[in-house]
Each structure stands twice: as structure tokens, then as C-alpha cells.
Design a binder for this molecule. Sequence first.
Ligand code: MN3
Length: 201
Amino acid sequence: MAFELPDLPYAFDALEPSIDAQTMELHHDKHHATYVSNLNKALEGHADLLAMPIEELLKNIDKVPDGSKQAVINNGGGHANHSLFWKLMKPEGGGEPVGELKTAIEKEFGSFNDFKTKFSEKAMTIFGSGWAFLIQKPDGSLQLKRHSFQNSPLMDGNTPILALDVWEHAYYLKYQNRRAEYVENWWNVINWKTAEENFKK
Ligand code: MN3
């Protein structure tokens, strides 16, 4: 058993012009692939851990031996975060949240526009490499979070609903230092159906 790189659910150029094809190809085929390969290396000889779904492994990070734990946090987190990220985007995405997630966002943040502003602020105020998340807490409520590096919300017992990669590798080829422009254009490719499916009713 070993963890595997999932296929992208669309072509590399499918998210143009918001995210360029070369960035998508490097991001998926090189960056994400490396997290998967390093995760498998870190867990060599631990067949039980290699057989767990990545989400379960991160929820049970305390079961990972100390010598491998940080490598699993980094690379297992990277694998889970990116697997989610690809599915949270689609060509001709964007628009507004759907279903019960829409209702929950409006209840928590007032309106979709207020939510969008606050989420973008989170993404803009991550210092260095990290992710902006909308998470659902065990009590069912929604919250915005900044996570450094590849630290997964699953390790805190939270469920990631929406995730935005703000590592420079996610946008530098097209946007260079202009993270705000990347964040703004990302709203045009969100797959709200996936976000709604992540949300536990
Ligand atoms: Mn990335």
C-alpha cells in the first residue's frame, strides 16, 4: 500500500486565465507528487499507517512515531491539502456558494460579500507559505483560519470546507509578487458544489 497522486479533474489549462497551465502542471506533477513520494518514504515499514485514508492519518497524527511525525505533518498535510484544492476548483467556476453551505455562510458572516472580503483578508495576511481555510468545527460552526506551511485543519479535529494555497509556487509564474490579484481571480474558479459536499449538515 502506498499513497498515490490523484489525477487533476481537468486539463492543466482549464483554469486559464485565473491560473495558468504551466503553474498547474508544475504544482500538480512536481509539488504535489513530491509530497506524496515523501509521505510514502516517511512511512516506509508502517503498513498500517500507509493503509489509512490520508484524512484519517492526519486526524490520528498521534499514532505516527515521533521520528516520522513532522514529515507526515508536512507531506501528508501537503497531500491532503492539494487533493482538496484541485477538487475545489473547476473551469467556469465561481459565483456564489450553493445549498446549505450558502445558508451557513450567510448566517456566520452576514453575507457572501462579507465572507469573501474576510476570507481574502486571511489569505493576504499569511506571512510566508501557508493556506487560508474555511473550516467547520466539530460543533458544526464555520470559521476562517490561517495555517502555516502544510498544517492541515484535520489535525485540529476541524473539517476543511474551502482551501486556498498561498505558497508562492501556487501563483508566482503568472502573478509574481501580486498575491492580491491571484486571490481575487481565484474566486472565479471555485467549485462551490465541492465545498458544499465538504460541509457536514
Ligand atoms: Mn501548493
